[in-house]
Ligand binder design. Structure first.
Ligand code: DP6
Length: 367
């Protein structure tokens, strides 16, 4: 069994003065949702997600070793970094990165020895309501691990990816599922060997062909700022009246998905996935304070999907993140007819008619 201590390095065999790397990491969409956490970004229940292919963050990390005498920067902080978004300085992203570096310093003791320039951009429209924290934290974690690999070239590939996922988790929980693999599990589950609360692992069992190139069309219902952040929402699961039952249900649903992934039973898949989405939002509606992130058009879309599915028997379903946008999930072989349905009946519910076509992808890549 791994513990977090296993990721604290001892001595590095190599040194490097300066250089740069670039990694691209995708977003992911949870089927069984992570909602509620313990200290140190440990999830209250296991979750599983499809890795996406088109919604990505591209992050370039430039690094240069500092003079020993400038261990503290001009503002007295230990870490020295500039943050650019689409090539321009972005001050409001800095506190989140600062906090991330503080959390991971123990695992990457070289952090304070360098000045970093982090230059990041997303492939999806800015403020589309799509969370960039998963892809963003994953891309940054990959770059930092790439630098650690220069200092310790002997690290195994397994260690490299597991530690990258663990670091990403400390940036944003769901980010640990954006590192490697098409279907990723995070959190301990009795029937998934190798599953861990410290990092995401590739789903190790058989996955039926029906899930190959599975499609996710993201309908952008509301691009505004959320009233309640995920971090606050997670916190409200402490002392939540239904928390314990919900956490147990996530284990049960993941169990059912193990069978469904193997036999390709889409009817059962739909039941789990839609129930998980609505349960997530029920948790929000029953916390104290309570809140609603769905919008009227979210419900219009859900009802239209149900009507279409009833009439056509095409196995299309929805899931939701912590927001109003709707992810429409369906097999690759039904792509044409579902896209026609989206264009004729759902686009009207999207802000400015915007939606993003995505599908299952394989994880982060260096470029
Ligand atoms: C609803 O990973 O964004 O998308 O760990 O506080 O950064 P933090 O939260 P975050 O929560 C995501 C919650 C979710 C469900 C999921 O992705 O599993």
């Amino acid at each position: 069994m791994f513990t977090a201590k296993d990721f604290i390095p001892t001595n590095y065999s190599k040194t490097i003065e300066q250089g740069n790397f670039q990694w691209t990491a995708p977003s992911n969409i949870a089927l069984v949702k992570y909602w509620g956490k313990k200290d140190n970004q440990i999830p209250a229940n296991p979750s599983v997600s499809f890795t996406l292919n088109n919604c990505k963050t591209i992050t370039k990390l430039a690094f240069a070793k500092k003079e020993i005498s400038t261990v503290l920067n001009e503002t007295g902080e230990k870490f020295s970094f500039d943050l650019l978004f689409e090539g321009k300085p972005k001050e409001d992203f800095k506190p989140k990165i600062q906090k991330f570096l503080e959390r991971i310093e123990i695992y990457l003791p070289f952090l304070k020895d360098y000045h970093f320039t982090i230059d990041t951009e997303n492939t999806f429209p800015h403020s589309s309501g799509i969370a960039s924290s998963a892809s963003g934290m994953a891309a940054l974690a990959m770059n930092l691990m790439r630098l650690e690999k220069e200092l310790n070239p002997n690290m195994t590939e397994n260690y490299f990816y597991q530690k990258a996922s663990m670091l990403a988790r400390l940036g944003s929980g769901s980010a640990c599922r954006s590192i490697k693999g098409e279907v990723v599990v995070w959190g301990n589950h009795n029937n998934i060997s190798g599953s861990s609360e410290l990092f995401g692992v590739e789903f190790p069992n058989i996955i039926h062909d029906v899930f190959k190139n599975f499609q996710d069309t993201i309908l952008l219902v509301d691009k505004g700022e959320k009233q309640v952040s995920s971090t606050v929402g997670h916190d409200l699961m402490h002392n939540h009246p239904y928390a314990e039952r919900r956490f147990a249900q996530a284990h049960e649903n993941l169990d059912k998905l193990i069978t469904i992934f193997e036999n390709g039973d889409l009817e059962e898949f739909i039941k789990i996935v839609e129930s998980e989405a609505l349960t997530l939002h029920s948790m929000m509606m029953t916390s104290m304070p309570y809140f609603i992130l769905m919008k009227p058009n979210t419900l219009e879309i859900i009802n239209a999907i149900w009507k279409f599915r009833n009439a056509t028997k095409i196995p299309v379903c929805f899931t939701l993140d912590a927001g109003a946008n709707v992810h429409v999930l369906y097999p690759n072989k039904n792509k044409e007819i579902v896209l026609q349905f989206i264009q004729s009946e759902l686009v009207g519910y999207c802000q400015n008619g915007q939606y993003i076509c995505d599908e299952i992808g394989t994880g982060a890549v260096e470029n």
